[in-house]
Design a binder for this molecule. Structure first.
Ligand SMILES: Cc1ncc(COP(=O)(O)O)c(C=O)c1O
Length: 364
């Protein structure tokens, strides 16, 4: 009998089998979806860029394909720890719209420079990611379109579009699993505001979900315990910089509550070690944010009570997502990345056609 599998798209990022990680965790298999292969070296392009283009189209009443022909597009505004801002700035460049990205002072300068190189303005905000979220929302009330990756409104259409964009990742995983005949029993997914974890919960529904957060900046675990979004105060300082969020997205939380995930908190030492282990044992070069799922798996795997609670054993097949490239390993030219982002947008919105010839602020 011939099995027909969904085709794995040519642009899919790798799903790597990592036997050394499986041995270390005492499980059957560890599969890592490696998002450094995505335009700009992280998964956020899937959500932020597509949601921003959709929002521009919806709000101006212009089909996505014709956005570039307009000269009067409103400003795109968002808060970011670095990656979401890059995705929204890429959308602005593709559509020919202005953009302002709100960053808090903890965001590394190099991340701000990559956003600026795409032509977006940066607005620095004192405090944490949550303060940047508030400041961006305030600015968008006066002028512009807010493209958040988090909201206190469960039904925020743009936040929902961001999470639906992440479904590209789970669709690729489904096709890759079908092609290899493997099935996932567990997934350990890192969370900032929870959007990625919610998308993974929906897209890989048969795998038990553990939501992994830094001890220093955990907002999903307390929200799951309280049954509602709660804001965590303090500096939220963690080496997993992209996960430094003090308030869960209400839209993500509503989805996560339906899946009853295991909340897992990891120490700073565990986060740093996991990035090193991924590099040495799986040749995956990522940051503590990118390898936080592995930190969570190793934490649970090392504790008999947690292994039992999560049903993790030697027959388990565990899915992780290495969500971003390590900046030192990411030397790709921004023009090439933008061209890859345009091609991705063209595949996401087929009516756009190929956009590679469109003028960019980078060409100026
Ligand atoms: C590299 C990386 N990993 C994980 C996350 C977590 O995603 P979410 O905030 O949707 O939970 C982010 C968010 O920006 C990120 O940039």
């Amino acid at each position: 009998m011939t099995h027909l599998h969904p085709p794995v798209p040519a642009t899919a990022t790798a799903l790597s089998d990592c036997p050394a990680l499986a041995r270390r965790a005492g499980v059957g298999r560890v599969l890592v979806k490696v998002e450094s292969g995505r335009p700009f070296g992280n998964f956020k392009i899937l959500g932020g860029m597509t949601a921003a283009l959709r929002a521009l189209a919806r709000i101006t009443g212009t089909p996505v394909a014709q956005l570039r022909g307009r000269r009067d597009l409103p400003r795109l505004i968002c808060a970011s720890d670095g990656n979401h801002g890059l995705a929204v700035a890429a959308a602005a460049d593709i559509a020919g719209a202005p953009a302002t990205i709100y960053l808090h002072h903890g965001v590394p300068q190099t991340r701000a420079e990559r956003i600026q190189a795409l032509g977006a303005a940066i607005y620095w905000v004192a405090g944490t990611y949550d303060h940047a979220v508030d400041a961006a929302a305030e600015a968008a009330r006066v002028d512009g379109i807010l493209v958040p990756d988090t909201s206190s409104d469960v039904n925020d259409p743009i936040v929902r579009d961001v999470m639906s964009g992440y479904a590209t990742l789970t669709a690729e995983i489904s096709a890759q699993l079908a092609a290899s005949g493997l099935a996932i029993s567990h997934q350990f997914i890192q969370a900032g505001v929870g959007g990625l974890a919610a998308a993974m919960a929906e897209g890989v529904p048969k795998a038990k979900l553990a939501v992994v957060e830094p001890e220093q900046a955990a907002c999903i675990a307390p929200a799951l315990a309280a049954g509602r979004v709660v804001r965590i105060e303090g500096s939220l300082r963690t080496c997993a910089e992209m996960l430094a969020c003090g308030e869960a997205s209400a839209a993500a939380l509503a989805i996560l509550q339906r899946h009853n995930p295991l909340p897992v908190l990891v120490s700073e030492v565990g986060l740093l070690e996991a990035a090193e282990i991924m590099r040495q044992e799986a040749d995956i070069h990522t940051t503590p944010s990118g390898s936080a799922g592995l930190a969570g798996l190793l934490h649970v795997a090392s504790r008999g009570d947690l292994r039992e609670l999560s049903g993790l054993d030697r027959s388990s097949t565990v899915l992780l997502v290495a969500t971003e490239a390590h900046p030192d390993a990411f030397t790709r030219n921004l023009n090439i990345e933008l061209s890859a982002a345009r091609n991705f947008a063209a595949s996401f919105f087929p009516e756009m056609g190929l956009l590679d010839d469109a003028p960019s602020k980078l060409d100026a």
